[in-house]
Design a protein around this ligand. Structure first.
Ligand code: TLP
Length: 344
């Protein structure tokens, strides 16, 4: 099987498995797991933030941040395809009592300008309009095809949000991909945001886990919210051990994933009835519209599955994601199978 459904499907490397087997552990609810503590310290150091906390999932990291930055009855301004809004089970309303205020990015890139964000902010609103409590950004932007938010744009948005006393949370599930594509450090991309979440379990390849980072006081409060959500893990060092390897070793292999995604996008662009601009594929996510093929996205994915290629259907589009378990020859095979499905 060539599994292009997501970069979440990566299997732990032999080095990760060894580290997991040998991990020194303790009870992390008491703060006594030395491997978790090391991972948290190392992540904070790399991101140049005061503190970090290990959470089981990216969703828990994001929703913990939403909970801490807002109070019930407020709105969260977010790009309309943002993960926090579309793929986190309405948790922001169920758990934090807030409403998403989705905003369209007019150029279709998924990357908002300050003016687009400003038009959705209710700052000194009339008392009967819900006030904005948070601006949520995403880098890279998953459902917008892995597009990237530059350092300048992030700085601009955060500075202007802060002028209005609004905090900014950055969903950096794939911020290492963004950093590799932009030639920036993750610290510089995340610096202006009040909090950032990144996933160890996506392109970095760890089996489980994400990190939430911010000021020390914020992370102390995050520990309480994580427990509230049932995310207080015990001998989590077996997971953190793989996370440490992911953090140190995996960023350097991401450019290969990006080259594979570009190759895939260029091949797809030549197929009949599909719509994609390969120029816009800069990280590891390839999304293409299949309306013009006369077939449904799910129908194409089902036929690909029979040919040992896995992809995800999202409405009228298909998403393929590259990662370290996919080689250049796998990309060539996937293209060959897709060409053959569309020719039938
Ligand atoms: N994304 C998953 C699916 O939920 C769509 C994927 O396969 O891409 N932020 C972003 C930008 C994400 O893409 C994801 C997961 C998360 C947060 C949530 O992470 P987890 O799955 O660890 O809760």
């Amino acid at each position: 099987m060539i599994d292009l459904r997501s970069d979440t499907v990566t299997k732990p490397t032999p080095a990760m498995r060894r580290a997991m087997a040998e991990a020194e552990v303790g009870d992390d609810v008491y703060g006594e797991d030395p491997t978790v503590n090391r991972l948290q310290e190392r992540a904070a150091e790399i991101f140049e933030k005061e503190a970090a906390i290990f959470v089981p999932t990216g969703s828990m990291g994001n929703q913990t941040a939403v909970k801490l930055h807002t109070r019930p009855g407020q709105e969260v301004v977010i790009e309309e395809r943002g993960h926090i809004y579309n793929f986190e089970m309405a948790t922001m309303s169920a758990f934090s009592g807030v409403l998403a205020r989705p905003v369209k990015s007019n150029d279709g890139s998924g990357i908002l300008t300050w003016d687009e964000i400003a038009s959705a902010i209710h700052a000194k609103a009339a008392y009967y309009v819900a006030p904005t409590g948070l601006v949520a950004l995403e880098n890279s932007h998953n459902l917008a095809g892995g597009s990237v938010l530059t350092r300048d744009r992030t700085e601009d948005i955060c500075a202007r949000a802060h002028e209005k006393n609004l905090p900014v949370h950055l969903d950096g599930a794939r911020i290492f991909n963004a950093a590799a594509a932009l030639g920036e450090t993750v610290a510089d991309l995340a610096r202006p945001a009040d909090s950032v979440m990144f996933c160890l379990s996506k392109g970095l390849g760890a089996p489980v886990g994400s990190m939430l980072l911010g000021k020390r006081e914020f992370i102390d409060e995050a520990r309480v919210v994580r427990k509230m959500l049932g995310g207080g893990m015990r001998q989590a060092g077996v997971l953190a051990a793989a996370g440490l390897i992911a953090l140190e070793e995996s960023p350097k292999i991401l450019p290969a994933d990006h080259a594979h995604a570009k190759l895939l996008a260029e091949g797809i662009a030549e197929l009949p009835g599909v719509k994609i601009d390969p120029e816009k594929v800069v990280t590891n996510i390839v999304i293409f519209d299949v309306t013009g093929t006369g077939l449904s996205a799910d129908g194409i994915c089902a036929q690909l599955r029979e040919r040992n290629v896995l992809a995800s259907g999202f409405g009228s589009s298909i998403r393929m994601v590259t990662h370290y378990d996919v080689s250049r020859s796998d990309i060539e095979s996937a293209l060959r199978e897709l060409r053959s499905v569309l020719a039938n």
